[in-house]
Design a protein around this ligand. Structure first.
Ligand code: PEP
Length: 260
């Protein structure tokens, strides 16, 4: 454990990549590169497409792997006539422990508002899943200098109505949109500025130690070569990784950031 007892979390968002066979193989390749100690020091999670979850579950169970997995989205509804949606209970039945909501690609292409993100956080918690709630500003907002208040407002909206006990279970991922998939990483200082402000806001909203328990990740072009610098910042507890998570070698380097 580091940073006030918060265990680092490295979560690989595979986005819409890999079929079920490729998914099975990638989990095995990743596990083969990480030893027991590394998987104890750092929590490793993969977030495959829904249709790959069964084969990821099989790979994890067959190999008794200490790798967690979850979904890239979750329905805000528990069940019923919601064509194309996937409920939290369906995810836990497959052994998922995490669900992402509010990724910038879903905010942008699927009109996922803070209200919907909030409903999805609540749905995940109700199913026993750990939400990974994404926030982050676009380039226009960053250039106007409004990135801190913008992301803090997204945090407020996404956590609306939650108790301190519920918030302690949430993982927040700060992903500046301009740094996702672009190769442009925010500097560790840029990431710390916003993540520190998010933690400060959590402390205001939930006095009594909650803010120290919540893990806040950085995401946006994280690679083996830049993970250590990002992780050196006091409020950054891990990474949400896109492109580099599709490569077992690079993702395992991110997991082993402390050895670089
Ligand atoms: C992401 O999609 O969450 C992400 C951070 O992508 P990338 O690492 O490729 O920038």
């Amino acid at each position: 454990m580091t940073k006030s007892g918060r265990r680092p979390l490295m979560a690989g968002n595979w986005k819409m990549n890999l079929n079920w066979r490729e998914a099975h193989l990638l989990v095995q390749q990743l596990a083969a590169r990480l030893n027991e100690q590394q998987l104890t020091d750092v929590e490793v999670v993969v977030l495959p497409p829904f249709v790959d979850l069964r084969s990821v579950q099989a790979a994890v169970e067959e190999g008794k792997l200490k790798i967690g997995y979850g979904s890239q989205d979750i329905s805000q509804h528990a069940k019923g006539a919601y064509t194309g949606e996937i409920a939290g209970s369906m995810l836990t039945a497959l052994g998922c422990t995490y669900a992402v909501m509010g990724h910038s690609e879903r905010r942008q292409y699927h009109s996922e508002s803070d209200e919907i993100v909030n409903a999805k956080v609540q749905a995940a918690l109700a199913s026993g899943l750990t939400p990974i709630m994404c926030v982050g500003e676009g380039l226009d907002i960053r250039e106007a200098g409004n990135h801190v208040e913008y992301t803090v407002a997204q945090l407020d909206g996404g956590l609306k109505g939650l108790t301190a006990e519920q918030v302690e279970k949430v993982v927040v991922a700060y992903e500046p949109v301009w740094a996702i998939g672009t190769g442009k990483t925010a500097t560790p200082e840029d990431a710390q500025e916003v993540i520190g402000a998010l933690r400060k806001r959590l402390a205001e909203l939930y006095p009594g130690g909650t803010a120290d328990k919540v893990r806040i990740l950085y995401g946006g072009s994280v690679k083996g070569s830049n993970a250590a610098g990002i992780m050196a910042k006091p409020d950054i507890d891990g990474a949400l990784v896109g492109g580099a998570a599709l490569d077992a070698e690079d993702f395992s380097k991110i997991v082993c950031f402390s050895e670089n």
